[in-house]
Design a protein around this ligand. Structure first.
Ligand SMILES: O=C(O)CCC(=O)C(=O)O
Ligand SMILES: [Fe+2]
Length: 363
């Protein structure tokens, strides 16, 4: 095997994507072809020319590192355990991927929503208020500004993806609308030279997984550690490139395209001696979207150009099963945050349904 055999993750320039400009149709078409080929062959790419200023992404990284630098008792004040909406801080090794503990700290957030009624379907409680660190006054406005800016980029990428697949763009975008599902994580991967961070289990930042969201847009700093699994099973680095976002899709989009596009398996290795920060944003259809309705885009399950076989370190039992989009996402959170789930939810054996507890379980 020579180095030449290892494909590069391409960088796509989204300034070329100007679908409404008649003068730019040629470059728009080239970009769409590049996008299709990348999603079909690798399932990962970088995007530049996205319009989010470097000053904003730098401010967001500054806020992120300031947050994780706070003493543990400050961070614990906004622990995810306080939130039935799975929003808040998760300490080192507090999250599970591939049934193993992750070696990272995270802060989960999303758009601000009011509390929903207790008896609403359990998955709808994924929406709700965020928790913010009171010690950092510029944190909330900076992070919310980044969330909305990345949202705009994500919607543009989704539109381009639909166009490159040749499906009805307006119908496809209707699944998202203004009320689309949107989750952000601020992530801190500690360097491994600190004795306090002796790795548990597999000792990697986040284990091999496919995203259960629809589209992931990732801002990473300049340390590196993200790796992508090629369709033949080999792992390659998604090395940092300043001014870009890394893009990949989740399982449901893979299912919708009947594997024309791949939800590629990825993982993160902790650096030996440096802290790494990353900020992924996950975009999804609105929470009540029916998965079977997605079938209308590619009703023919025998279509050509599909990736029927590819190797992955993620076993099939983890793939989605529920009919409603939000149910799948809820399942993902239940799996990743077992203690939060036990505190705020219970499974009703008779109804075979999850419910929100009227009062949280205290252990
Ligand atoms: O931190 C990264 O580079 C990737 C994180 C990731 O894959 C995830 O949180 O789903
Ligand atoms: Fe991921």
């Amino acid at each position: 095997m020579t180095v030449a055999d290892i494909p590069e993750i391409p960088v796509l320039d989204f300034e070329l994507y100007q679908p409404d400009d008649l003068d730019k149709q040629e470059t728009t078409k080239q970009l769409l072809k590049q996008l299709y080929d990348t999603m079909h062959d690798i399932g990962f790419f970088y995007i530049r020319g996205h319009g989010v200023p470097l000053s904003l992404t730098q401010a967001a990284f500054k806020s992120t590192s300031e947050f994780f630098d706070l003493p543990l008792n400050e961070k614990a004040k906004i622990a995810m355990a306080n939130s039935p909406h799975y929003r808040g801080y998760t300490r080192l090794n507090g999250e599970t991927t591939d049934y193993k503990q992750d070696n990272r700290e995270t802060l989960d957030l999303g758009r601000e929503y009011p509390e929903g009624p207790l008896d609403a379907p359990a998955y709808t409680h994924l929406r709700g208020p965020n928790q913010w660190p009171e010690k950092l006054p510029t944190f909330k406005p900076t992070i919310l500004q980044l969330l909305e800016s990345m949202h705009q980029v994500g919607v543009r990428v989704l539109r381009a993806m639909a166009q490159s697949l040749g499906i009805n763009v307006a119908e496809f975008m209707d699944m998202f609308g203004e009320d689309l599902g949107m989750r952000m994580k601020l992530v801190y991967y500690p360097g491994m030279d600190d004795k306090a961070n002796v790795p548990l289990d597999h000792g990697i930042g986040v284990g091999p997984h496919k995203d259960y969201g629809f589209l992931a847009l990732l801002l990473q700093d300049n340390i590196g550690g993200l790796q992508v699994q090629l369709l033949d099973g080999r792992w390659i680095d998604a090395k940092p490139i300043e001014g870009t976002f890394v893009v990949n899709i989740g399982e449901i989009f893979e299912k919708l395209t009947r594997k024309r596009f791949i939800a590629t398996t990825h993982r993160v290795l902790n650096s030996k001696n440096q802290s790494r920060y990353s900020i992924p944003l996950f975009l999804a259809p609105h929470i009540n979207c029916h998965i079977p309705e997605l079938d209308k885009f590619f009703p023919d399950s025998t279509g050509s150009n599909r990736r029927l076989e590819h190797k992955s370190d993620v076993s099939e039992d983890q793939l989605l099963q529920g009919d409603i989009y939000g149910e799948n996402e809820f399942k993902g959170y239940r799996r990743s945050h077992v203690k939060v789930t036990r505190k705020w939810y219970y499974f009703d054996e008779e109804q075979q349904q999850w419910h929100r507890r009227a009062t949280p379980l205290v252990d």
